[in-house]
Design a protein around this ligand. Structure first.
Ligand code: FAD
Length: 510
């Protein structure tokens, strides 16, 4: 049985939303995976009389296309879309049947207007929580435009292809056979990468805001909700809505929710923001902030937004180690997400740089699938919680190297070796590895604010108890500030504080 009883009972209500008949066209051989794919599509068809199965010959075996009886959608799944991709499959089924994708009308028109042939392939792993967003975005594009096709390839079922294409990080997206991009990408970001132009004049013509929030993570979302609830004109601009929380799966410290998962939680947060009259501007990056008569925020696209107050909630990103090879081998063996990319290194030797909680958790996770894990920590001791260290040291396939400075990551075309030096003796050691996971902490996304607001030595925006930064009318919240602790509820609390601080400022100064 491909689908267990629980999944089937969860799926049945969704199948009622199928509008027009859908055909699952299956290319299957006599191998085990083909048998599983056949079982999967047949079980789906048994649950709905609007779904049928047909044999077909497709580019990959096993794979299946999701088409309407009267038209081809361009969507195919190679391997089994289970795990995190089951939702992608269900959404594809509904959208191919005629359900409208939940994206803005303007974006739908932009996608329909693409008049070149675009054949996408996305390489994913079922444990990757960043992958479904990309798969679902490309599926939507395929459904909307007959010039576009998308095949999701589940890496473990197509190892030879994954090796040949040197896919070492997922999601990896190829377009017309060439590398197109990697990592989490929203549909707006994919469109921007394709050169679909942003209407700069439409953005620049927007009326000034009372509060403009920069950042769509927990801090920005909380600030936008608090501001909108005051009845003032609120905007929210974000490069990628969701923030760092999208990178984590199990979350157990949001008070009132014993357990949730990052993507699910942030989808709920986004829906909460959208329930208010907040003008959301996605897939845009702020690059300059100036105080003229009013605050002016310049975006990468060249558009300028105006606001009486600004809440900066730009969060943080993974810190890089700054050694030769790090940039060259990004997505070619250098990774930051063990959940996503761990399966690509199954049975291989890997290194984890960083002995804090994230690094040690990653090493424990990787030890389950990799042949051997070497943890390299700069300090004389690991910094992770003792419970994690105890677990790490109990694992037979882990070596911990402390007091070691990483000097180089090397290889030809992909990561093959790492060199570190003992910080006391200065002696270099080089070990052969196939992958390096760099988990040495985070740095605030505030470089673009240099000289605009006061920041700490490490770039965090300095705020007072109202969330106010040094430039009048500018407030900040969350991981981009000098708050002592960086957590979801702390970011949300500071987002609320910054919005209330901005409201207070408007009352006194407007
Ligand atoms: C792997 C991992 C696991 C975690 N697990 C937990 C956990 O279990 N519990 C917990 O409480 N916390 C956890 N955290 C920490 C938590 O995710 C952060 O504290 C929180 O996300 C910070 O929220 P934020 O809104 O300040 O910033 P972020 O979440 O970093 O959001 C920043 C936002 O700003 C946008 N942005 C950045 N620069 C620009 C720009 N120039 N222009 C426009 N937009 C921009 C980004 O696109 C994003 O939307 C975890 C973090 C990581 C990385």
């Amino acid at each position: 049985m491909a689908l267990d009883h629980e999944i089937k009972s969860q799926l049945i209500p969704y199948l009622d939303y199928i509008e027009q008949n859908v055909v699952l066209k299956v290319s299957a051989g006599s191998d085990d995976l083909s048998a599983k794919v056949l079982e999967f599509v047949r079980e789906i068809a048994e649950l709905s009389d609007k779904v049928s199965v047909e044999a077909a010959t497709l580019e990959r075996t096993p794979s299946f296309a999701v088409d309407r009886a009267d038209s081809v959608s361009g969507i195919a799944f190679a391997g089994l879309p289970l795990g995190h991709e089951f939702t992608s499959f269900v959404m594809a089924l509904l959208q191919v049947s005629g359900r409208r994708p939940k994206i803005e009308d303007e974006l739908i028109e932009q996608i329909k207007a693409l008049d070149i042939r675009l054949d996408f392939t996305s390489y994913i792993s079922l444990s990757c929580h960043n992958c479904p967003e990309v798969v679902q975005a490309l599926n939507i594009m395929s459904v909307l435009n007959p010039n576009i096709s998308h095949t999701m390839v589940e890496g473990s079922g197509f190892k030879a292809e994954v090796e040949a294409k040197q896919v070492m990080s997922v999601p990896a997206v190829h377009l017309n056979g060439e590398e197109f991009g990697g990592g989490r990408m929203t549909i707006e970001q994919i469109m921007a990468k394709l050169g679909a132009s942003v209407d700069v004049s439409a953005l620049g013509n927007k009326e000034p805001y009372d509060v403009l929030v920069v950042g769509g993570g927990p801090a920005g979302a909380a600030a936008a909700i608090y501001a909108a609830r005051k009845g003032i004109r609120t905007g929210l601009l974000a490069e990628s809505i969701g923030g760092q929380v999208l990178e984590t799966l199990g979350i157990e410290n949001i008070i009132g929710q014993k357990y949730t998962e990052g993507p699910k939680f942030m989808a709920e947060v986004e829906a909460h923001v959208r329930a208010y009259p907040v003008d959301i501007i996605p897939a845009q990056r702020a690059s300059k902030l100036e105080r003229k008569e009013i605050l002016e925020l310049t975006l990468n696209s060249g558009a300028v937004l105006k606001s009486k107050t600004i809440v900066l909630a730009t969060g943080a990103r993974w810190r890089s180690i700054g050694v030769p090879g790090e940039l060259a081998f990004k997505n070619k063996g250098i990774a930051y997400c063990p959940h996503c990319d761990g399966p690509l290194f199954a049975g291989k030797d890997v290194a984890v740089i960083g002995g804090g909680n994230s690094g040690v958790e990653a090493a424990i996770d990787l030890a389950g699938t990799s042949k051997h894990v070497t943890v390299i920590e700069f300090l004389p001791e690991l910094k992770a919680d003792s419970v994690l260290q105890n677990r790490l040291y109990s694992l037979p396939n882990v070596t911990v190297i402390t007091n070691a400075q990483t000097k180089e990551i090397a290889g030809s075309g992909k990561v093959e070796r790492i060199t570190y030096a003992d910080r006391d003796s200065g002696q270099d050691t080089t070990i052969d590895i196939a992958g390096v996971f760099i988990l040495i902490g985070l740095m605030p996304n505030t470089e673009w604010l240099d000289g605009v607001v006061d920041r700490t030595r490490i770039g965090e925006i300095i705020v007072d108890k109202h969330g106010a930064a040094s430039l009048p009318g500018v407030f900040a919240a969350g991981d981009c500030t000098d708050s002592a602790y960086k957590q979801i509820i702390i970011s949300m609390g500071s987002g609320a504080t910054a919005a209330l601080g901005a409201f207070d400022y408007l009352i006194r100064n407007d």
